[in-house]
Design a binder for this molecule. Structure first.
Ligand code: HEM
Length: 330
């Protein structure tokens, strides 16, 4: 599978798989690995080529839209986004306008299937018109739906006498009003925010509930902690800092049952990682799923809160040069 990738992904740039914590740390901390990789035609098919945030290689535009995502996903904005995600059942997602959540989820799933199918295909794949059309249509369905929802949101803002509260979509629409972004940019950013949240979050929550069922002693510990720290009132996100057991449970659940095993980066310049040469243009797959099952944790193959007994600090990651830390697949 990886061999074929070499011919397919952008001009045969080689592909390496990384899983040691020191190598992953190096890549994630370095400015040399800021972008991801995918076929240009594949990205064009799903509207992600030089648009949105996830695969946007137009650096000027990426920097511009990133400010809106950063605002929504850090500090007080994050608190608000968490609330939005938690209350997604009120059918408003990030737009705060009424929408048919079930219908939207079906379209999100079709968009994902298309994404997986086209992301690293060779150019010849896109010359097969009937195959391309099928995927393009599935992607377009969600794009059109998001376009309609953003338009409704625009109308709702225009009809408001006074803007009570701003949000991610409103700020993007204002940016468009000031000619900072195009209508397609706004639609794609909202689309990417909406697709990034539901699956990752709901599957992680599913695993957490499963792990609680399988580990009743842990459930008991969490309940006791909540009772002693919070009492009878509802738990709020701001309480998390006082809920050590709960925090360890969340971290350990994400480690033990990750919903995302791999992340990807491309090397902008030649580099050395753990003594291995990485040429400019190399595509890297960071196997964070495997990294989190390493000897770095006390009981790597067990679901156990002891794995997060001491805060896991990146500063203490061991540099394991003697082990073959980067596996070269090609
Ligand atoms: C447990 C739930 C989640 C998991 C496991 C998860 C995981 C990830 C991972 C692994 C990445 C790629 C990181 C990288 O390449 O360095 C990512 C990116 C992203 N996630 Fe999440 N995510 C979760 C929930 C969410 C939620 C709820 C939102 C939105 C509210 C969100 C928004 C995003 C965005 C916008 C990106 C792209 C950021 C960029 O390209 O710079 N995620 N997520």
């Amino acid at each position: 599978h990886f061999k074929t990738l070499k011919q397919l992904v952008n001009n045969g740039g080689s592909l390496q798989m990384i899983f040691s914590s020191s190598a992953v740390y190096h890549v994630l901390k370095s400015n040399n690995y800021t972008g991801r990789f995918a076929s240009k035609k594949g990205l064009q098919c799903i509207g992600m080529f030089e648009q949105g945030i996830i695969f946007n290689s137009n650096i000027a535009l990426w920097k511009k839209v990133r400010t809106y995502f950063t605002k929504a996903l850090t500090g007080p904005g994050l608190q608000k986004s968490v609330d939005v995600c938690v209350s997604a059942t009120n059918k408003q997602l990030f737009l705060r306008i009424p929408l048919n959540e079930k219908d939207l989820l079906i379209k999100i799933h079709r968009y994902f299937s298309t994404w997986q199918a086209v992301l690293i295909q060779p150019d010849v794949f896109f010359r097969l018109n009937f195959v391309y059309k099928k995927y393009h249509l599935a992607a377009k369905e969600l794009q059109d739906e998001m376009g309609k929802l953003v338009e409704q949101k625009r109308q709702a803002i225009n009809n408001m006498e006074k803007l009570d509260e701003t949000d991610f979509t409103t700020e993007l629409i204002f940016a468009q009003n000031h000619d900072e972004l195009s209508a397609d940019d706004v639609r794609q950013c909202v689309l990417e925010m909406v697709i990034a949240a539901p699956d990752t979050l709901s599957i992680s929550l599913f695993f957490m509930l499963l792990l609680l069922k399988q580990n009743s002693a842990v459930e008991e510990q969490i309940v006791q902690e909540i009772q002693s720290q919070i009492g009878k009132r509802d738990v709020e996100s701001a309480d998390l800092q006082n809920l050590n057991v709960l925090e360890r449970f969340i971290k350990e659940s994400l480690r033990f049952h990750p919903v995302v095993d791999f992340i990807m980066r491309r090397a902008l310049e030649d580099d050395y990682i753990d003594g291995y040469r990485v040429a400019k243009g190399t595509n890297l797959i960071l196997n964070i799923g495997r990294m989190h099952k390493s000897e770095f944790f006390q009981k790597p193959n067990e679901f156990n809160l002891e794995n997060f007994e001491n805060t896991v600090s990146t500063g203490t990651i061991r540099h394991v040069r003697s082990n073959k830390t980067i596996q070269t697949w090609i």
